[in-house]
Design a protein around this ligand. Structure first.
Ligand SMILES: NC(=O)c1ccc[n+]([C@@H]2O[C@H](COP(=O)([O-])OP(=O)(O)OC[C@H]3O[C@@H](n4cnc5c(N)ncnc54)[C@H](OP(=O)(O)O)[C@@H]3O)[C@@H](O)[C@H]2O)c1
Length: 273
């Protein structure tokens, strides 16, 4: 069984495949190959325009549906209640699934009342469209607000997270409220590859810099969803459970964080604390 993290009743496999920018046949092929290699978690979103291809890869792999954790997200322009339900149903129709395992608000939208969106999110769970629900790109303040507004448990906050960015405050808030954290851009969009510290640590374990980076996150029970378009990298990004980083190595990696470490720019609320 895939290594997983538990949060508010959900069990989320620690390594998933990110699919942003993967499209059509090649997306379906990557999803199928990932599942064949042992991945049990796939991350998509309405905004990625690849739900149909993800569904195709899922069916081609033939892994029993209840063994795979599928996450999708509703884009920030669809956060009015009626749009939210339409987007969710549209994603499910394209995936050809009756429900997803996790449905997230992709980005908050300050011009739409959070109460309305959280209400719509909770309703998708009650209607059986999502087994679990959560948020993405939510700051400390937004997580606190969302938890107060929700009448169903929120299980996850998907945020940018890698060694170059200190997300300690929002991670602590999520944990206090029972939410797990998923790291997006977990290998900093490939920037970790030539990193001297990660490469040095990797050498000691017979691992690559990317594997050390992913291990650093999963060792903290942070879910990772690295994306690759290269089949040979699927195995590399999944092979992070057969070694352990020492406290000194974890500390050296944490020291790579810096104030300008964020990669994904966000035009919404800029205050992450
Ligand atoms: N919730 C949100 O707002 C949000 C935002 C961004 C991303 N996400 C999700 O998170 C996923 C991952 O984030 P991401 O796509 O931004 O970035 P990422 O996974 O950190 O990095 C992907 C990049 O790294 C390269 N790469 C993959 N494996 C590698 C390895 N072992 N060594 C060196 N380079 C490697 C890939 O190139 P190749 O294809 O050439 O291998 C690709 O260019 C997305 O696909 C998406 O599902 C969510």
């Amino acid at each position: 069984m895939a290594q997983a993290v538990e949060a508010n009743g959900a069990r989320i496999p620690l390594v998933g495949l990110g699919t942003w920018e993967l499209r059509g046949r090649s997306c379906a092929r990557m999803v199928e190959e990932a599942l064949e290699l042992g991945y049990r978690h796939i991350d998509t979103a309405a905004m990625y325009g690849n739900d149909a291809a993800v569904g195709e890869g899922l069916r081609a792999a033939g892994v029993p549906r209840d063994e795979v954790f599928i996450t999708t997200k509703v884009w920030s322009s669809d956060l009015r209640a009626r749009d939210f339900e339409r987007s969710t149903r549209d994603s499910l129709a394209k995936l050809k699934l009756p429900s997803v395992d996790l449905l997230l608000i992709h980005w908050p939208n300050p011009s739409i009342p959070l109460k309305e969106t959280i209400g719509a999110l909770c309703k998708t769970k009650r209607d059986g469209l999502a087994r679990h629900i959560g948020v993405s790109n939510f700051t400390v303040a937004l997580v606190e607000e969302a938890v107060k507004l929700a009448n169903e448990p929120l299980v996850n906050n998907q945020i940018e997270c890698h060694p170059y960015l200190d997300q300690g405050k929002v991670i602590a808030t999520c944990r206090k409220r029972g939410l797990s954290v998923t790291a997006y851009s977990p290998i900093a969009r490939g920037r970790v590859e030539g990193d001297a510290v990660l490469s040095r640590i990797g050498k000691a374990h017979g691992k690559t810099a990317a594997q050390v980076c992913l291990r650093y996150l999963v060792q903290q029970d942070i879910v990772v969803i690295p994306r690759t378009s290269r089949p040979q990298r699927l195995k590399e990004n999944f092979d992070v459970f057969d070694f352990k980083l020492s406290p000194a190595e974890m500390k050296a990696i944490a020291a790579l964080a810096h104030p300008r470490g964020r990669i994904v720019e966000w035009s919404g609320t800029p205050d992450w604390d």
